[in-house]
Design a protein around this ligand. Sequence first.
Ligand code: ARG
Ligand code: ZN
Length: 875
Amino acid sequence: RVFRLEDYRPSPFRIPESHLTFELEPDATVVRAKLLFERADDTRADAPLVLDGDELELIEARLDGALLGADAFTAAPDRFELKAPPASGRFTLELVTRIVPSRNTTLMGLYRSGGNYCTQCEAEGFRRITYYLDRPDVLSVYTVRIEAKKSEAPLLLSNGNPVENGDLGGGRHYAVWHDPFPKPSYLFALVAGDLGVVRDRFTTMSGRPVELGIYVEHGKENRAGYAMDALRRSMRWDEEVFGREYDLDVFNIVAVSDFNMGAMENKGLNIFNDKYVLADEETATDTDFANIEAIIAHEYFHNWTGNRITCRDWFQLCLKEGLTVYRDHEFSADQRSRAVERIADVRTLRAHQFPEDQGPLAHPVRPRRYREINNFYTATVYEKGSEVVRMIRTILGPDDFRLGMDLYFARHDGDAATIEDFITVFEEVSGRDLSQFALWYHQAGTPSIAVTSNHDPKRGELVVEIEQSVPPTPGETRKRLMHIPLAFGLVGTDGRDVTYRSAEGATVENGVIHLRKRRHVIRFSGLNERPALSLNRGFSAPVTLTLEQKREDQLFLARNDSDPFSRWQAFTKLVSDALIDGSRRSRGQKPLEWPADLLQLAGDIATDGKLEAAFRALTLSLPSEADIAREIGSNIDPDTVHAARNGLVFAIAQANGERLAPVYDSLADMGPFSPDAASAGRRALRNTLLDYLATLPGGKERAAAHFTSASNMTDRAAGLSVLAHRHSGTEQAEQALEAFEARFGDNPLAMDKWFTIQAMVPGASTVDRVRALTAHPAYSGNNPNRVRALVGSFASGNQTGFHRPDGAGYRLLADVVIDLQQKNPQLAARLATALRSWRSVEPQRQAKAREALLHIAAVENLSTDVRDIVERTLA
Ligand code: ARG
Ligand code: ZN
């Protein structure tokens, strides 16, 4: 079944009130739903009421208190129909259903994790709990009563504020929760079980006290402190930057160990993958700390962008997700280093969204059709969706952007809104026409921009020619011209931007060129000396840029641009070009040679104490093999890419070793651990340098000492990874892996790092290692974090292993997908997307990848989730 945007119709019924009672039992939970219905559409007064369900068993149905006879309704596991709703159009329907949380392996609806009850309802999980109008534009006020055995579930949580609780006798008790804010069913949540808690308090800007609670497994309370701190900072930041205040008496977060995604923004009761809550220096890396900060913020920010204002339908998913990602990026930029955050975010965008946009799964930020909505929680909806919001701010400027956001909150509070509603507020406050800009929401594909420039010293003019094109994507062969805001600078010999007299040929304002036509010829006048052109500063538009630029200009910008993001961009471009060239040459037998000025530049950046350590680390951690493969684009041989990248790392180390070692040494003693950005940056730099130094004589011993002497997980995992990847199979590498396992064998989240590091060992034999590790006692094919740590990182991160020429890597992935596809369709579908770029590898591997895809497609009873991904990938 295909769902289409243009088929949207308002619901014929509303549900102003929902009263739910849960009698919790692992093997037979009874759900009593008392729902107040109102007919919304009088023109269809005789239309039946049809509710969504999914694997439900109806026990009893009552209409306005009276038991319904079997002829008054039809009930199937996936559908309930009341044939003739009362003519008055206002009635109460009571539905009693039975569900089995203990057998729910999909992790959607009500399920068990670590002996506790928890829920996940977005996008369509609520229909696995009770029959309902399970669509985001049906908003209801919920009152929830939970009953459970006291010994099993002393803790009973739901959305909103606690109302009452008490004893039921027989060892059972109850609690009642009421959420005064009308919400769609996907924001419903329930948690019951035996958990430890960390509490804090927050006073909002208007003086409202809020009780904060973070619930974790007993004994893990001391690992929740950083999450709590991040929550308090998020709440304050949203008040200061967006004027948004929290609105309930309590805000609770629960960490669970079985979760399909990162976390979920249920009103007043966020549920998190424990990976994004639990952290201390012993077990979590700096990346984990940064992710926790970002995801805690993300889910909290959804309270306004997602919950108070929700989506009319699932086509509008980016309305809440793109905007909320934009908000969490800005939060992290304010909490940390803006330039470093931007570089990291752009790297993520290019690594995840660009291949999606350039492959068979490409879709617009606001899709027009889907078969399975779960498959649209994508990098395009989230990350590109965030970039589109960022571009609106670039076009409007900060003041009008804020006015637009204020208007959005004021006008649409309580609404289920659309992308059109969102764009309209910005048009109104700024008086600008954003209709061409709106194509960013509607048209898939990464626009590409080709630029040439020419300086005429006699006329004192710089002439810049820019041409845009949008490549065809599945189902969209003809594309329209986009409005692309390109931030730029004209950089003079001292590294500072020079000013020009006038610019003709395009609208150029506040350092931004507005491309609207296919081709612009822009004349900058008043420039007697030729400046270096710094384009797409801060990645103002998510495009691919082909800039015919003198190499000397690139080297100059990498050393001198006043915008650190542009320095990174210029350096990375030089490195990518060298690596693409190197990949081609590494097919021959001759040892690779690298440009001496590039090796020198890398060493200069590594040792430049005036630059932030985190910036140096990011710059030196060269584009990944997947990045280079993507840039090459077609007929890829991952082995040559690997050889080239390794060759360049070795060459940089050799050319600069004597300069790098002292910097590495100087970063060794940092005193007591702190997760702050500056300290993390110094660790990142030291660990990046280790990767270079490990390729030099004595490098293996250095890496082993680094691992052994590490006093935190960041350094320990880095040491282990360098040993396992640069000195795979050596005694030192094997001993370190054993030591890690011995120490962290009982800590699943730490063991995930151990699985990932081994899954990423380059080379042909890793497939067998990964297969063997699926039998390790710490592994579980039922836990999404384990599966992603081992199989997910192998398939999407290990180019030489996954793309083994004989197809064994693809086959491994297919086996895991097939094993999972009924148990957990969402996780299986997500894994299967690792094959999406199969057409860009060389023909022999392509044939093997296709075989693996067909192997999955041939499975009987393939879940819709997996079928949708596989069929679109093969199309
Ligand atoms: N809304 C959640 C977030 O972005 C993601 C939930 C996705 N869940 C799903 N089953 N697709 O924070
Ligand atoms: Zn989100």
